[in-house]
Design a protein around this ligand. Structure first.
Ligand code: SAM
Length: 248
């Protein structure tokens, strides 16, 4: 059988497409792409021409069976998304699961990922973090999600688009308090790359005051909850359990 290659593509700067990614795309029988027009442009920039198969959230299940049959027939395929690492807030999970279930080798060609690129320049604790992807579009669901994350001690990472960045920051202030440290990474690897940090209040003010700071693509990162009451109770329980263990 063929191999299903999961290939990361750039999140802005085309120089981030790795030589191995290029090689893989050149050598597969076909490329599964989220938006075939978008991927066609990327390929033509690198002088490649390949059959493309559209794979998006609405046809993924239906396509999976055909793709698996093709892989079993001996064709190797690549899967890409519009930007960054496939499956990270992007389609592909169902096809990968089906391929693995069918005993097909699934092999990564790693590269850009906005969440990891953002975390690497944020200066927030990065040994443990939580990737939350996109918040729900509906205000009530968004607020509820944030409220449930308020006591999370690990660094939080969110994806956000330009048209909702204001509301997202407002809702974060409501859920986490205006003093929670935040880092806003915008347009990474692109011309207007900007990384803002400060308290939620400060960053919200800077974004509110400058329309340019509301343009493009964002990764929002929040420092985890500090030594609040919840954390102290948890620590008390941990010590108590240790003590009980010791006395046994
Ligand atoms: N699969 C991609 C990855 O590996 O990062 C993410 C795809 S998701 C549909 C798109 C979101 O990723 C954007 O709304 C934004 O939150 C984030 N993003 C993508 N490119 C970015 C960039 N250059 N700078 C900042 N955020 C970016």
């Amino acid at each position: 059988p063929g191999v299903l290659h999961i290939v990361a593509t750039p999140i802005g700067n085309l120089g981030d497409l790795s030589p191995r990614a290029l090689d893989t795309l050149r050598n597969v029988a076909a490329i599964c792409a989220e938006d075939t027009r978008h991927t066609r442009q990327l390929l033509s920039h690198f002088g490649l021409d390949k059959p493309l198969v559209a794979l998006h959230q609405h046809n993924e299940d239906a396509q999976a069976a055909q793709l698996i049959a093709r892989l079993q027939g001996g064709d190797s395929l690549a899967l890409v998304s519009d930007a960054g690492t496939p499956l990270v807030s992007d389609p592909g999970f169902r096809v990968v699961r089906a391929a693995r279930a069918a005993g097909i080798r699934v092999s990564p060609v790693p590269g850009a990922c906005a969440a990891i690129a953002a975390l690497s320049v944020a200066g927030l604790p990065s040994d443990r973090f939580v990737f939350e992807g996109f918040l729900p579009a509906k205000a009530s669901a968004r607020r509820e999600r944030l409220t449930r994350l308020a006591a999370e001690p690990r660094t939080l990472i969110f994806y956000e688009s330009a048209h909702r960045i204001d509301e997202a920051l407002d809702d974060m202030i409501a859920a986490f308090g205006e003093d929670r440290p935040v880092v806003l990474a915008r347009e990474l690897t692109k011309l207007f790359e900007t990384v803002l940090d400060g308290s939620l209040r400060e960053v919200r003010e800077r974004v509110g005051a400058d329309p340019n700071q509301r343009k493009g693509e964002f990764v929002v990162m929040l420092e985890g909850a500090g030594d609040d009451a919840d954390a102290q109770v948890a620590e008390g329980r941990r010590l108590y359990a240790k003590l009980v263990e010791h006395l046994k």
